[in-house]
Design a protein around this ligand. Structure first.
Ligand code: FES
Length: 153
């Protein structure tokens, strides 16, 4: 079900009030990440998005996953920079989690990058994906700022 922004604001009781709305989604450049045929379940594919200063990871979780794309709706991608102090997280296939080596925060790529254990308190920003012509493309960033950036653009 689609809810218009106006209806959502009415529902939240803020329609008519001056509100500074920060975009949740940042549409970005379309960048090819991988061919579908090159992906294997739980084998991370490292890439950068939206530029070379922002490491990210593409994961085929091997089963339908929240906001997953692809034939099995199993493919997701996240900025790997920890929301605590910016260390790059890495994927642990045994636990199916992104783990920060600096202070051991845990993030769940199956649940929208949710932070399961701190000291980080925010989820990892999700890289928006699109599948076309047998390839996976990054097309934007959703839910939060990539660590250390003033904007996801
Ligand atoms: S930088 Fe990741 S937990 Fe501190």
């Amino acid at each position: 079900m689609r809810v218009s922004r106006r209806k959502a604001l009415v529902y939240l009781g803020v329609a008519g009030a001056p509100v500074a709305v920060r975009p949740v989604f940042a549409q970005g450049e379309r960048v090819k990440v991988a061919d579908l045929t090159s992906l294997a379940p739980l084998k991370p594919v490292n890439f950068t998005y939206p530029d070379e200063n922002s490491p990210a990871v593409l994961l085929d979780m091997g089963r339908p996953t929240y906001m997953g794309v692809g034939p099995r709706k199993s493919i997701v991608a996240y900025s790997v920079l920890c929301q605590h102090m910016g260390c790059p997280t890495s994927f642990d296939p045994e636990r199916r989690l992104l783990v920060c080596p600096c202070h051991m925060s845990l993030f769940d790529p199956s649940r929208g990058g949710l932070c399961l254990e701190g000291p980080a308190i925010s989820r990892l920003p999700r890289i928006l994906l699109q599948v076309a012509e047998g390839s996976v493309y990054a097309v934007g960033v959703a839910y939060g700022l990539i660590y250390g950036r003033a904007s996801n653009a």
